[in-house]
Design a protein around this ligand. Structure first.
Ligand code: GLU
Length: 487
């Protein structure tokens, strides 16, 4: 069987978007779910002004964080390198020359204004904006004249307008496009001396022996152009798979307006990589059966391109939160504690360095709230009950404390806490039995005022955990504060 080679080809011109990451993921999953397959990372940095090393690093970091690894790339090397387009300029020049020599391409000396004029004229005649192709057949004299005027040429590919381009997309099915809708002869080399995307991508995919080009459907209209170039250069045409774009809840393309769209924003908020991996894989792909929670290995073993849907997936933050909550629950307390500490430091709740006893105390606090988190950034809000000097109370909480039996109950509690040798979880469990007996109060009337007095909230972690975590001094302080107010 011939080898399968997929690639992810991001441009390092900004932080990596969820849609890009889903493209990377599908290429990765397709490669990893096939035996004898390779996954290539290529950096498309021909836009010299907008590309930066910093963004390139960001691509490596985000892919690594999510758990996507590649077999060849600028940082890893490989026999098809270099893997950065800016280092492949000679190759593009060589293939552009081949196209010129074989009559498929030509130098165009038109100014941007002249091209604009052509496009306008074409529209006035009832057509689409299109370059007229007037430099297709320049005489040597005309070329000399342009050169004398100091005009620098670009290179255009002759689009054969009478052709119809047909290809079978692995997701979308049969695609047919007439060449006369492609906008006329396309630029393959720009005035800055760099190749255009449509040209460089063909040279690279062909030379890197990419067998499957998997990318977002926003590139669907580029594919016929690329196929024309493949044919002109005599290259084998790869398989194409265009994944439907991710939409926001209002069914328009997912963008900033809908909230966070960068992978880094989710990492920073405390989404776990395995949760985002799981969620992104389900955007368009679905396995057989109803299961939705999958670890990477399960997704790899079940992924199949024929189960990628044609319809656009809608980004659903509630579902991502549900998946993330699941993986937080499954994580060890140490993992979540380590993620929590920098956030608690930032809030001013904890000071670095955190010594062992502080670490263990934070860990207990984390355990008490871990199962109620959707993402780690919620942790300081959840843990504030343990750190605040004075508890914050809402109207509902105040009402709980206005019951007649509350002062008596809190006085009794205070005495028990003062008398206790140690206040741990076991003591707290016993405490409620004793309080029930001595005060005659049961159920909600017993638990709720104590919960509110200690935390200011009518819900939260288990009371025995709260006692253990707060400790004697804080418990007594809080009871005293309440008694001062209610008596
Ligand atoms: N650099 C292009 C992009 O980021 C690659 C598109 C492709 O996969 O062909 O959109």
């Amino acid at each position: 069987m011939p080898k399968i080679r997929t690639r992810f080809a991001p441009s390092p011109t900004g932080a990596i978007h969820l849609g890009n990451m889903r493209t990377a993921l599908f290429n990765y999953l397709f490669a990893r779910s096939n035996a004898n397959a390779e996954f290539v990372l290529r950096i498309e940095d021909t836009d010299l002004k907008r590309s930066s090393g910093e963004y390139e690093q960001c691509i490596y970091d985000e892919l690594n964080w999510l758990g996507i690894d590649w077999d060849e790339g600028p940082d890893k090397g490989g026999q098809y390198g270099p893997y950065r387009q800016s280092e492949r300029l000679e190759l593009y020049k060589q293939y552009a020359k081949q196209l010129i020599d074989s009559g498929y391409a030509y130098y165009c000396y038109c100014t941007p204004e002249e091209v604009e004029q052509d496009k306008k004229l074409s529209v006035q005649k009832g057509g689409i904006p299109k370059y007229s192709g007037r430099c297709r057949n320049l005489s040597p004299g005309q070329i000399e004249e342009y050169k004398k005027r100091g005009r620098k040429p670009i290179i255009r590919f002759k689009v054969p307008e009478d052709q119809v381009i047909v290809f079978e997309d692995m997701i979308k099915g049969k695609i047919t496009m007439k060449a006369d809708t492609l906008g006329g002869d396309m630029v393959i080399f720009k005035s800055d001396g760099m190749p255009t995307y449509n040209f460089a991508v063909v040279v690279d995919d062909a030379l890197m022996e990419i067998t499957h080009v998997i990318r977002g459907e926003d590139h669907l209209s580029n594919t016929p152009k690329q196929i024309l170039i493949y044919k002109a250069l005599g290259f084998d045409i790869p398989m194409f798979a265009h994944a439907p774009l991710i939409l926001g809840p209002d069914r328009t393309k997912l963008s900033k307006r809908h909230g966070n769209t960068f992978v880094g924003q989710y990492r920073e908020k405390g989404y776990l990589p395995e949760a985002l991996f799981n969620y992104l894989s389900l955007l368009s792909w679905s396995p057989e059966g109803e299961q939705e929670l999958f670890i990477k290995e399960e997704i790899i073993s079940q992924f199949a391109m024929n189960r990628v849907s044609k319809s656009n997936p809608v980004f659903d933050i509630k579902k991502l939160n549900w998946i993330n909550a699941h993986y937080i629950k499954e994580s060890s307390a140490d993992r979540i504690t380590k993620l929590a500490i920098p956030r608690l430091v930032e809030k001013g709740y904890v000071k670095q360095p955190v010594d062992e006893s502080m670490y263990n105390w934070i860990k207990k606090a984390v355990i008490s709230v871990k199962d109620s988190l959707s993402y780690i950034d919620q942790i300081d809000q959840e843990l504030k009950i343990y750190f605040q000097q004075e508890v914050e109370m809402d109207k509902q909480a105040k009402e709980v404390l206005s019951a007649d039996h509350v002062p008596m109950l809190l006085e009794t509690l205070k005495k028990k806490i003062q008398e206790a040798d140690i206040i741990d979880q076991e003591f707290s469990r016993q405490l409620f039995k004793i309080l029930r007996k001595e005060t005659g109060v049961k159920g909600k009337g017993l638990y709720m005022p104590i919960r509110v007095a200690l935390t200011g909230q009518t819900h939260g972690p288990e009371l025995y955990e709260i006692f253990d975590i707060l400790g004697r001094e804080k418990i007594l302080n809080r009871i005293d504060l309440i008694l001062k107010d209610v008596v």
